[in-house]
Ligand binder design. Structure first.
Ligand code: ADP
Ligand code: MG
Length: 365
């Protein structure tokens, strides 16, 4: 059955740069509505409706371990976001659906905070992985005739080139690893990508740390350690369980977790030279994502997935067999008004995309 992509937005606290510049708050939220006010024209207030609107701007207290917990009911902490978005990913994975979760927004808006998190403020990805292994352990004790396997991969797309973040040898491949099409399924895959079997949360965590270290980072005014690349984490979860008549069935779920590069136009971040070229290319790739989303939203026949490495890999997530969630990260500040408005518009279009997820199950061969 066709199902809409679920879209969430989340607004973060002011950062140091915004505070220094005496930034004014332009975002407001009520229920599922998010409002944005034009700092140059008070009467120009726009509203957007999303599946979830997360207020994480204020109303929190920092605990001794650094965790930001709610001081008032209005504040959405990491747990709230996991409960709404991450739990569904887990349940779908157990049911054998492919799932995709991607984060969109300008550099410094909070994409990585929601996806991966910092310190004790763990994001959706580590919590999903932690719970997945907890649940596998629980099942292993009860269902001794079942088998579970988890494999992990981490890709970066930088200037249209795919690199395997867990295989530094791949960085030397000229032009990056090839993104090829599987002729029978019409889906794209990264040729030569290492998929590593993992058997505990700790081993995923250490792979993630390793991959994160290998990412391409460059400094911009927005965020000193911002990534200028797209990161795609893949988790393939396979279950082999006997059905009612004792026949072994294999159920596979592919979970794609995508932390997109900053959506800002290069000039607004003060990028120069090489950085500008990268910015331009990142935007080209993101703008193709925008083109695909527009075409999908308008129900067009031909979706230009082939026009960039990113959209090839997101083909399933956007137009195919996947239950998909998008989280759009928002800066609260007037100085980022234009970028935030364009993020809201992007998220708004993503709402009308429909995917058709099916349970991936067949007799074990
Ligand atoms: P991005 O990945 O979009 O470039 P980050 O996730 O790294 O941005 O966030 C930039 C900064 O803002 C980080 O220091 C992060 O801790 C902070 N931040 C982002 N979102 C939140 C939030 N919801 N609550 C508290 N701090 C946040
Ligand atoms: Mg980031």
């Amino acid at each position: 059955m066709a199902e809409r992509v679920k879209v969430a937005v989340r607004v973060r606290p002011f950062n140091e740069r915004e505070k220094k510049r005496n930034a004014k708050l332009v975002i407001d939220m009520k229920g599922n509505l998010t409002y944005i006010s034009d700092p140059n024209n008070k009467s120009n207030k726009k509203d957007f409706a999303f599946d979830y609107s997360y207020w994480s701007h204020d109303g929190f207290k920092e605990e001794k371990n650094g965790y930001l917990s709610p001081e008032s009911a209005a504040y959405a902490d990491q747990k709230k976001v996991f409960d709404d978005l991450g739990k569904g990913v887990l349940e779908n994975a157990w049911s054998g659906f492919n799932c995709s979760l991607f984060a969109y927004g300008q550099t410094g808006s909070g994409k990585s905070y929601s996806m991966v998190g910092y310190g004790n403020n763990k994001g959706i990805v580590p919590i999903v992985c932690e719970k997945l292994f907890q649940e596998i352990e629980g099942k292993r004790e009860k269902a001794k005739d079942s088998e579970y396997q988890v494999v992990f991969s981490m890709i970066e797309i930088y200037n249209e080139q795919a690199r395997d973040l867990l295989n530094p040898a791949s960085f030397k491949v000229k032009g990056g690893l090839k993104v090829r099409e599987n002729p029978t399924k019409g889906l794209f895959f990264v040729d030569g990508l290492k998929e590593l079997p993992v058997n505990s949360y700790q081993s995923i965590e250490s792979k993630m740390t390793e991959g994160t270290k290998n990412r391409t980072v460059a400094s911009t005014n927005m965020n000193a350690t911002s990534s200028r690349a797209h990161t795609v984490i893949g988790i393939k979860f396979t279950q082999k369980t006997p059905n009612a008549s004792g026949q072994s069935m294999t159920r596979v779920s592919v979970i794609n977790l995508v932390d997109l590069a900053g959506s800002e136009r290069a000039n607004s971040t003060g990028a120069e030279g090489d950085r500008l070229k990268e910015g331009a290319s990142i935007n080209q790739s993101l703008s193709n994502l925008g083109n695909c989303i527009n075409a999908l939203a308008e129900n067009k026949k031909n979706i230009p997935f082939r026009n960039s490495a990113l959209t090839k890999l997101l083909k399933n997530a956007l137009g195919g067999n996947s239950k998909t969630v998008m989280i759009a990260a928002l800066s609260p500040a007037d100085i980022n008004y234009d970028e935030t408005l364009s993020t809201l518009r992007f998220a708004d279009r993503a709402k009308s995309i429909k995917t058709k997820a099916v349970i991936n199950e067949s007799p074990t061969d």
